[in-house]
Design a binder for this molecule. Structure first.
Ligand code: ZN
Length: 325
């Protein structure tokens, strides 16, 4: 039976003010953005969707109809310390940061990160299971050279996560809209009036993320604390420095992977780090392949693997390892 999800579309300043007053009462909020090619160079926001705990109230902020002035109460709220629950907040972050200069990185709880952490901490997954997940993207080379994949994790999508946690057939995303996303045909998010099925799809995402939040919480999978929030912050803000993603280099910056330095090591501010000249991330030497003779690749291990997978050229030079003390 289809789930009956109720939501409100906010298209005036007064709607925004009223909605933020409701959101303020919630112990946490669920955030998800919809739009054309989110996070990409030609990306554009259509809706900022925000729900209260248990998705009791779901607000769809129509950013095509609303001016920056209209949206300001919401932007102030999202940039505050309120706990923000997201599912893969990387693209939402780029959009909100590059469009409105608002960061949702403070007290962010990314359930995609929590799902990966739960594998070893609650589900006793061994390292060969982590490699099996990576093999679905990289094939048998995972087994030939497992060191190359150290510290890298493959994430799952929201739909798969719901199914793996017992929600198969109970609730799910609209298959027609999912197909549209898969075919990268997302410009219809900018049409006005927005078709009912898109509004409903956007609201359903908030409902589903809220459902998983409660599910993970009941299972004890949410180690809400400084370390966890730090990991989620590093994940969602990983593109902040470079902004929107260009198509030509998109394979290095978006994808179903948590790269090295997000779950571990990132909090060590004073350890020696160097920059990958492809993804631009600043990481420890461990993130780079070394030749055993004092040199490392200029690109990190994950970028090297992705270049190979997508047959994209990238810098193949080695550089002498030097550490200035
Ligand atoms: Zn890289």
């Amino acid at each position: 039976m289809p789930l009956d999800i109720t939501f409100a579309v906010c298209a005036t300043r007064q709607d925004v003010v009223n909605a933020v007053n409701v959101l303020r009462e919630s112990p946490y909020v669920v955030i998800d953005c919809e739009g054309k090619q989110l996070g990409m160079e030609d990306g554009a926001l259509s809706l900022i969707c925000v729900g209260t705990a248990f998705a009791q109230f779901i607000f769809l902020f129509d950013v095509v109809a609303l001016t920056r002035y209209d949206l300001q109460p919401l932007l102030n709220f999202l940039g505050s310390k309120v706990m923000k629950v997201v599912w893969d907040g990387r693209m939402d972050y780029i959009e909100l940061w590059s469009t409105y200069n608002v960061s949702i990185g403070k007290n962010v709880c990314d359930l995609q990160v929590a799902e990966v952490l739960s594998r070893s901490s609650f589900r006793a997954e061994r390292d060969d299971e982590r490699l099996s997940r990576l093999a679905t993207s990289f094939g048998p080379q995972v087994w030939k050279n497992p060191l190359q994949f150290a510290g890298i994790h493959r994430v799952v999508g929201l739909q798969q996560c719901l199914e793996e946690n017992g929600y198969k057939g109970l609730v799910g995303k609209d298959p027609e809209v999912t197909m549209m996303h898969r075919q990268n045909d997302t410009k219809m998010w900018l049409a006005r009036p927005l078709p009912w099925k898109l509004l409903r799809y956007a609201a359903a995402d908030i409902y589903l993320i809220a459902l998983l939040y409660e599910d993970f919480s009941a299972k004890g999978w949410l180690p809400l604390g400084t370390k966890f929030f730090g990991r989620c912050n590093r994940y969602v803000t990983m593109h902040e420095q470079f902004g929107r993603i260009r198509k030509e280099t998109g394979c290095f910056r978006s994808g179903p992977f948590i790269p090295f330095g997000i779950l571990s090591g990132g909090e060590l501010k004073n350890c020696w780090k160097t920059t990958c000249n492809t993804c631009g991330r600043n990481m420890s030497l461990f993130a780079f392949e070394t030749d055993g003779q004092g040199s490392r690749r200029r690109v990190c291990r994950l970028c090297w693997l992705l270049a190979e997978k997508f047959s994209v050229s990238c810098d193949s030079r080695w550089v002498q390892i030097s550490i200035s003390l």
